[in-house]
Design a binder for this molecule. Structure first.
Ligand code: AHR
Length: 496
């Protein structure tokens, strides 16, 4: 155990509000995310509400999903929204060329997406098609969704059963325009962004928050060009970064990994901090008041697919390593809450670092799900300043801080979340809550496994689940915490 790691949480020093949208999700027409994972159709034997499976819906409702991004991803720049409205049996069938070459029957389209968001209580975030779509197509989609008056698109929406326009705030102008979204150079996309967004109209009192396609990982040039050429025409700029322990050719297994791969994965997850810092510094040059949000609309672990599954479906299992990576990311986003206004974990169900996996009518919650659930009171809370001296987590000559901490305050309650990055050593912490005269009671939860590869299966769906935590003792305004190796803990402090 590395003990005597001291942490000061400043109850009277806030860094800003943690936008609840940092806890956002992403669902793409990819593999079994939309079809099977969320949408089973109204005639399915799997119990559903208007085609959305009930078990998944209930689990997601518990998570308080603030915002959901759709329809892609790479799929967005090949998606033609008009194929996905009108009577379902008449909708076009096509091949999902990007993901697995399977038939896309367009049964899940605009109306179904808004229905899902409504059931979840989540804000919809729609990504438009720049790569293979036209300005007209994008403009008409916005008209279809948000225009209240007399117009061809608004009338078509009414014919299709929706009288009132929907409320839509978040709209992305293309996805990964440097890659699958058009292989463009920053300068070219900056021009296209200006062009397309002109026709992304604000109808009535529907105020759109326009998100420009942002950089890939550390492409700082991209951020500079987009901000220089168009910052006043955007509300957000996206950033994508995936944690890949190996290389894109051999990413590494989700289940079968050793301590070195654990270490490297956590190390690479922490790289998000540097990326946000540097992109944000560039944005500061053009936008010192931080009006433009950095929208990390794809993040998470990307491993090799589970053996025997379609390589284009990106189906991977989820262990305590994923839980640690999720916690680390959320802490980084909270630290940068002045700039990071949204983040969307990739992806919601059955794809990449999913919170839910399904198999037929069975469902399981992954360790990542539990982290988001344990952290949900951070949503819209005030982030608190933290100072501390942490021990080092060392392996094969490299080192990382052993513990990651974040804290926030909402409705008089303080939530401290802690994550022990070490795969083998416990951590002894002394946490001082400074800047308050109140005395508190503390309640804790812990997520930990019996091995670093601990995960849930359809046979044993609750092997990794939060339990009451008895490793924290409060006395004289100080919390003494024994944090087991490879664990995530939340402590809720309530005034006595
Ligand atoms: O999330 C999977 C894919 O990763 C998305 O479609 C794309 O935007 C990114 O490259």
């Amino acid at each position: 155990t590395l003990s005597n790691q001291k942490v000061v949480v400043h109850a009277d020093w806030t860094l800003g509000t943690i936008n609840k949208n940092i806890y956002g999700h992403f669902s793409e027409h990819l593999g079994r995310c939309i079809y099977e994972g969320l949408w089973v159709g109204e005639d399915s034997p799997i119990p559903n509400t208007k085609g959305i499976r009930n078990d998944v819906l209930e689990a997601l409702q518990k998570l308080r999903v603030p915002v959901l991004r759709w329809p892609g991803g790479c799929f967005a720049d090949e998606y033609h929204w008009k194929d996905g409205v009108g009577p379902r049996e008449k909708r076009k069938r096509m091949i999902n060329t990007h993901w697995g070459g399977v038939v896309e029957n367009n049964h899940f389209g605009t109306h179904e997406f808004f229905q899902l968001c409504e059931l979840l209580g989540a804000e919809p975030y729609i990504c438009g098609n720049v790569g293979s779509g036209t300005v007209q197509e994008m403009s008409e989609w916005v008209e279809y969704m948000t225009f209240d008056g007399e117009s061809p698109m608004a009338n078509w929406r009414r014919e299709n059963g929706r009288e009132q326009p929907w409320k839509l705030k978040y709209f992305g102008v293309g996805n990964e325009n440097w890659g699958c979204g058009g292989s463009m150079k920053a300068e070219h996309y900056a021009n296209l962004y200006r062009n397309y967004q002109t026709y992304v109209r604000q109808y009535g009192d529907n105020k759109l928050y326009k998100i420009a396609g942002g950089p890939n990982v550390d492409d700082y040039h991209w951020t500079d060009v987009l901000m220089r050429e168009a910052h006043w025409m955007m509300d957000g700029l996206s950033l994508h970064y995936y944690t890949v322990p190996g290389t894109w050719g051999h990413k590494g297994s989700a289940l079968d990994f050793d301590e070195q791969e654990w270490f490297v994965t956590v190390q690479k997850a922490l790289h998000m901090d540097e990326l946000i810092t540097r992109h944000s510094t560039i944005m500061d040059r053009y936008d010192p008041k931080k009006r433009v949000g950095l929208i990390v609309d794809e993040w998470g672990n990307w491993f090799d697919v589970e053996p025997g599954t379609n390589p284009g479906f990106l189906y991977q299992q989820n262990t305590m390593r994923d839980a640690i990576v999720a916690a680390v990311h959320l802490h980084v986003f909270q630290k940068h809450c002045g700039r990071v206004q949204m983040a969307n974990l990739a992806q919601m169900v059955n794809v990449l670092q999913a919170v839910i996996l399904t198999e037929g009518d069975k469902m399981l919650l992954t360790p990542t799900y539990h982290v988001l659930e344990m952290f949900k009171e951070h949503q819209d809370a005030e982030a608190l300043a933290i100072h501390g001296t942490f021990g080092e987590y060392e392996l094969n000559g490299a080192s990382l801080p052993q513990v990651s901490v974040s804290a926030s305050k909402k409705d008089g309650k303080v939530l401290v979340s802690l994550c022990n990055l070490s795969h083998k050593d416990a951590a002894g912490l002394e946490i001082e809550l400074r800047g308050t005269e109140d005395s508190y009671v503390c309640n804790g939860l812990i997520l930990a496994g019996d091995s670093i590869g601990a995960h849930n299966t359809f046979e044993q769906p609750d092997r990794v689940a939060p339990k009451a935590f008895d490793g924290a003792a409060l006395s004289g305004g100080k919390l003494r915490v024994d944090l087991p190796a490879a664990s995530v803990v939340t402590l809720t402090l309530e005034v006595k």
